[in-house]
Structure formats: structure tokens, C-alpha cells
Design a protein around this ligand. Structure first.
Ligand SMILES: Nc1ncnc2c1ncn2[C@@H]1O[C@H](COP(=O)(O)OP(=O)(O)OP(=O)(O)O)[C@@H](O)[C@H]1O
Ligand SMILES: [Mg+2]
Length: 289
């Protein structure tokens, strides 16, 4: 099963928001789409979800079930938490009693309390709303999950708890995930592959494999790989970060270790650069982070 995007261009009025985007996503793969604000990430997700028709290009998907988590939880205010979660099951024709049971089981698994299930969205905290949105997307057991920065407004502890719950649910079914994030460390933590986009017009800049199984990534490894990514000149340029200053050959007292580390990482990055030529080919690979 696979999602194939070829030569996709999308225009709002006269402006190309996305230009010639090529992307593949395979069954069981988690792909993180990162890029600066306004580079067209949400637009691309809406096109993949079938909510927008692209101006040009093809989107072909052989995935059957789709789950979406949008940038805002978008819960129905007239339905309680359980009713919101069960919505997709209703659309699939699952009978009332069964859908409430299935929705409640998943809600409890995702950390909602029994007493929260009858609450309406206005009475749920932001974290509870995120759990409801996650449960609503997962309850239909989709084989493709699209997520648009669903955890960006949450505190670090809750974020990590939801990462774990998401990974657990996704591993159960081999779900493919396309997640949008601003957060490079979140991408290195969760993804098998990271696609970096650049703005004006929105386009794919680079693709990186994350070369270690998700469960084997230690905190130190995640920090180190994120630092490498942030030091790449075109990744910095894409995010509007200033170029790195050259490292002084005679560092001041106390700065030696830091200067040395930076120098070493820059060498690693420089040696990785040639295999990451700027292209938008939809290959599965790309060089390792
Ligand atoms: N309905 C619309 N009509 C006109 N322009 C739009 C519309 N939706 C988005 N845009 C424009 O398209 C560009 C990309 O928007 P999009 O929401 O896809 O960016 P994004 O990468 O998701 O940004 P962020 O990280 O801030 O969420 C922006 O310039 C935005 O103003
Ligand atoms: Mg967005």
C-alpha cells in the first residue's frame, strides 16, 4: 500500500503555494514533514485528505482507511467526548451500542477518565481535547493517519505520553503516518523519514532517513541527530536561521569543549552533504540524518 504524489502544484489566487511536490509514503512508515510556517504543509495535508483539489499533479493512494488530526482539535461542540470519538464509526455504519463500547475502550486506553466521556468540548482541557482528537482518528483503525501538529500546544510531559500511546496504536496495525511538525526533535524522535520543505513556493528541499529503529533511539542520540540537522546550511536557510559563525581556532577559556563539538559535527555534516543534492525525487531514501 502506498501514497504517491507526483508533480503537485497548488495555487491560491495567482500565487503558487506548493510547486512540483513529489512524495511517497509506504505502509507502516512514519514520515515527518517539517518546514517553516506558511510553506504549505497544511495545504498539502488537506490535499492528501481529499479536502482540497490540487491545481496540477496527481495524488494516488491505495490506502483504504484514513484518519486525520488537524492543527486544531475541531471537535463537534454539540457532541460529548464519547460522541465525538464514535463519529467515524457511525459513518462506517457500526451499530450504536458497539460504537460507544469501542470508542470508550480506546478513550480509556488513551488516558481519558470515565467521567470525561460525557463532557462536551468546552468543558475539556486542551490536553483532553487532543486525546479525544487522537482517539477519534484511531478508532476506525485507519491504515493511513494524517496529523497536523496535533501536540504542539501541549506540555512536554503530556506530549511524551501521547507520543508513546500513538506509537503503540500505530504499531498494533502497521499504520502509515504522515505527521506535520515544526519541531525537528519531534521529527527525529518519531519518524522513519524526514522531509524538509522550503517556502515561497512550498517545495520539498531534502529527504532524510532516520537510521535507527524508533524504540532504540536514546535521548542523547535524538539530541545529537537533531543538532546535526539544525546545522545543515540549507535547513537553516529554509527555517530563516542565520548561517553559523565560523568556529574560532583559539576558543576562550571555558568555551573549548563546546567549540570542539561544533567543529566535529560540522565535519560530519559536510561529509553527508554530497548525497543529499537538492531534488524532489520521491525515492524512499535520502541520506541519513
Ligand atoms: N484558503 C486559503 N486561501 C488563500 N490562501 C491560503 C489559504 N489557505 C492557506 N493559504 C496560504 O497558503 C500558504 C500556506 O499555508 P499553510 O496553512 O498550508 O501553511 P503551513 O506550512 O501549514 O503553515 P503553519 O506551519 O503556520 O501551519 C500561506 O501563505 C497561506 O496564507
Ligand atoms: Mg499548518
Amino acid at each position: 500500500m502506498q501514497l504517491e504524489i507526483r508533480h503537485l502544484t497548488h495555487r491560491y489566487a495567482l500565487e503558487d503555494v506548493l510547486r512540483d511536490v513529489n512524495l511517497d509514503l509506504y505502509a507502516g512508515e512514519t514520515l515527518a514533514l517539517v518546514g517553516p510556517s506558511g510553506c504549505g504543509k497544511s495545504t498539502l495535508l488537506h490535499i492528501i485528505a481529499g479536502l482540497l483539489t490540487p491545481t496540477q499533479g496527481q495524488v494516488q493512494s491505495s490506502f483504504r482507511g484514513l484518519g486525520c488530526i488537524f492543527q486544531q482539535p475541531r471537535l463537534m461542540p454539540w457532541k460529548d467526548a464519547l460522541g465525538n470519538i464514535a463519529l467515524g464509526l457511525k459513518a462506517l455504519g457500526v451499530p450504536g451500542h458497539r460504537r460507544r463500547t469501542q470508542a470508550a475502550q480506546l478513550a480509556l486506553r488513551l488516558g481519558l477518565a470515565e467521567g470525561d466521556l460525557g463532557k462536551y468540548p468546552h468543558a475539556l482541557s486542551g490536553g483532553m481535547q487532543s486525546r479525544v482528537a487522537l482517539a477519534r482518528a484511531l478508532v476506525t483503525q485507519p491504515d493511513l493517519l494524517l496529523m497536523d501538529e496535533p501536540f504542539s500546544a501541549l506540555d512536554v510531559g503530556l506530549k511524551h505520553e501521547l507520543y508513546g500511546l500513538l506509537r503503540e496504536q500505530v504499531a498494533l496495525r502497521g499504520t502509515a503516518v504522515l505527521m506535520i511538525t515544526h519541531d525537528l526533535m519531534e521529527a527525529v524522535r518519531l519518524a522513519d523519514r524526514i522531509v524538509v520543505m522550503a517556502p515561497q513556493p512550498g517545495r520539498v528541499l531534502r529527504s532524510f532517513m532516520v537510521p535507527l529503529a524508533q524504540e532504540q533511539r536514546s535521548e542523547a542520540w535524538i539530541y545529537e541527530r537533531t543538532a546535526r540537522l539544525v546545522q545543515m546550511p540549507d535547513v537553516r536557510e529554509s527555517f530563516g536561521l542565520p548561517p553559523l559563525a565560523p568556529v574560532s581556532s583559539a576558543p576562550a577559556d571555558g568555551a573549548y569543549e563546546e567549540a570542539q563539538t561544533t567543529d566535529m559535527d560540522m565535519e560530519t555534516v559536510a561529509s553527508a552533504t554530497p548525497c543529499c543534492a537538492q531534488d524532489a525525487t520521491p525515492h524512499r531514501g535520502g541520506c541519513a540524518v
